[in-house]
Design a protein around this ligand. Sequence first.
Ligand SMILES: *Cc1c(COP(=O)(O)O)cnc(C)c1O
Length: 426
Amino acid sequence: MNPSRKLETMCIHSGYTPKKGEPLAMPIIQSTTFKYDTTQEMGDLFDLKAEGYFYTRLQNPTNDQVAAKIADLEGGVAGILTSSGQAANFYAIFNICEAGEHVVAASTIYGGTFNLLGVTLKKLGIDCTFVDTDASQEEIEACIRPNTKAILAETIANPALVILDIEKFARAAHAHQIPLIVDNTFATPINCRPFEWGADIVTHSTTKYMDGHGLQVGGAIVDSGNFDWEAAGKYPGLTTPDESYHGITYTKQFGKKAYITKATSQLMRDLGSIPSPMNCFLLNIGLETLPLRVRAHCHNADVVAHYLNDHEKVTHVCYAGLESDPYHALAQKYLPNGTCGVISFEVAGGREGAVRFMDSLQLASIATHVASSRTMVLHPASHTHRQMNDEQLLAAGVSPGMIRLSIGIENVEDIIADLEQALQKA
Ligand SMILES: *Cc1c(COP(=O)(O)O)cnc(C)c1O
């Protein structure tokens, strides 16, 4: 919109600019459809000849305004909202990759995305190779095949908290004329804007910090507009006529917005994972305070991580803000203002100690969620990974005493007081 504006200003003003007499707060257009006066007017919309709204599964003003705000924050040319982060990552890949083709993904990606790529996309005929996030550029390139259509990785992996060397992955992808898709959920554009480091497409689970209050499940995809689909010569879905859409060629008609237009007019049309306008409205309220909240989460995480690191009942803390963390240098480079509010640590008493600690917490909630205003904890060995025995857990890189802590924006002294009394009982 106005690229010279700072992030804090975009969080308030991007996407919706009221004119005289219009609501100052972005309205919720909670309507499935929109009225026209002539047959021709409606026909032009179906042909994508005119811009306008006709059915909310394809486009809705509230959704589009919030998507535009997120696109501005990331410095992209266009964005689309989806009903979940899962749908965002699915669309981001399926928009340029079909049966018989292949993607490469960082091995530390979120479990839901790991399953999507490793199991569900496989059933649709799309193969995935997982590569170690710390692999060299040569090792990443060795995973790329002639039919590879994208590489996917997370800026800060959930929950492994591995920091991505974005430039290394971008170089590997671009050497083979394929785009790098970065899931920027944990960093948010406040702490890192992957397009500035060579990523081509960014995805989000807006369920996390962007919403920030645990109110709605949602996702977003933003295109930088930088990837040259025509020059790459291997994306016929974008560069040749779409017979399911009146023979439109997306790159010819929509230029830098080709990728997002295709995701809207083809994938959203056929798969329909739209968020409700009400949820987009709630997300927008979260976005207004995103910079304030991200700073508060990062400050609290830093204080808590150092406190835990010095605690005699804690054997290990995983947080890239600590100088001893193996990802500290990458965090300094890509996330100089802070990483995120999620850390993990290991209590000395193993599985039993972790359970005693969890059950003693009074302020922090046990919840399957991260990255929102309240402090929340999860014990992977008892929850997300509960089907595994101790040996299997260690093989998966999860120790029985490991706790995932999502630090909220309460006063950090209260958070530490709660952790301290619970650690005494661990
Ligand atoms: C939570 C999460 C997802 C999935 O998002 P949902 O909104 O839960 O569908 C994807 N990627 C990352 C990094 C996440 O943290």
